[in-house]
Ligand binder design. Structure first.
Ligand code: ACO
Length: 262
């Protein structure tokens, strides 16, 4: 995507990270230059946000300069510095950020988590399937020190599911009621000590559940160590409904209606 101004002058590197202050990395200049740069960054974000929404068939953009300004999200912007007669062009964007979510694993066990999420990902239509998405995604993984499997994906398109499968071997997504998708490794607890995510308190009413932060994605399981609450629980039918495992539900004898694990 080309702009009237030089994106090469605005952004000094082929991939830049923008946060809520909308200031391009490495900016130097007076107040007037700052105002001008922030306006140009906003124009880039709004144009890419709109193109992304259009590509995903959304009625309105989920990425705008205003929304970024009022969030803790990070937006990675990918440039082609050779394009547009040396002025450069913007070829991709990727927005990430932590979200407080309830997620269910395949057994219906629920977790309160605040994982890093893929929120909006777009490569310009004319440049898709040429490896730019991988380049941008890899940069993000490295900057955020996270594995793809530890991220939650907000309402992924078929293209993104294909992308994650092809490049990271992620398959059989665990679809959530909130339209997020996670993968099986999301729930594993191994090798996460070097990752840092915010831990949230459980909202369970009685406060009887012990909470633990277990993993990169802020995974917390609800566990009740004492008495009958410590006994293994049967599969949760709500979880099975969510994950479309109707055959399992039918096999169970449930005389008095559905059972909820909450
Ligand atoms: C949370 C969210 O943001 S969901 C929305 C994700 N964004 C979109 O769907 C917008 C339109 N799509 C895109 O912008 C891009 O295709 C992206 C961002 C998903 C991937 O970026 P790309 O630069 O195309 O990826 P890259 O070239 O590195 O990898 C290509 C792989 O992605 C997947 N992919 C990309 N485009 C397509 C497509 N049209 N159909 C099916 N799979 C596709 C395939 O696995 C492809 O490998 P293949 O060509 O061997 O089949």
């Amino acid at each position: 995507m080309e702009f009237k101004f030089s994106v090469n002058e605005l952004f000094k590197n082929p991939i830049v990270e923008i946060n809520h202050n909308l200031i391009p990395p490495g900016f130097s200049g007076d107040r007037r230059a700052l105002w001008d740069s922030v306006n140009k960054v906003s124009e880039v974000i709004n144009a890419m946000g709109e193109a992304s929404a259009k590509a995903q068939g959304l009625s309105k953009p989920i990425t705008t300069a205003d929304r970024l300004r009022n969030s803790e999200h990070r937006l990675y912007i990918l440039l082609d510095q050779q394009a547009n007669n040396g002025k450069g062009a913007v070829t991709g964007m990727l927005k990430t950020g932590a979200k407080g979510l309830y997620v269910f694993d395949r057994d219906g066990q629920h977790y309160q988590v605040s994982p890093p999420c893929v929120l909006d990902f777009y490569v310009h239509d004319s440049r898709q399937r040429t490896g730019l998405g991988k380049q941008l995604f890899e940069h993000m993984l490295q900057k955020e020190g996270i594995e793809p499997v530890k991220m939650a994906i907000d309402r992924p398109s078929e293209k993104l599911l294909g992308f994650l499968n092809k490049h990271y071997g992620l398959h059989s997504p665990v679809k959530q009621m909130n339209n997020y998708v996670v993968y099986d490794g999301f729930f594993s607890k191994a090798s996460d000590s070097n990752q840092h995510q915010e831990v949230e308190r459980d909202q369970s009413p009685a406060g009887t559940r012990a909470l633990k932060k277990d993993s990169a994605n802020g995974l917390q399981t609800s566990s009740s160590p004492y008495g009958r609450y410590g006994a293994p629980r049967p599969p949760c039918s709500m979880g099975q409904i969510i994950h479309n495992q109707t055959s399992t539900i039918n096999k169970q004898q449930e005389p008095s209606g559905s059972k909820f694990c909450m």
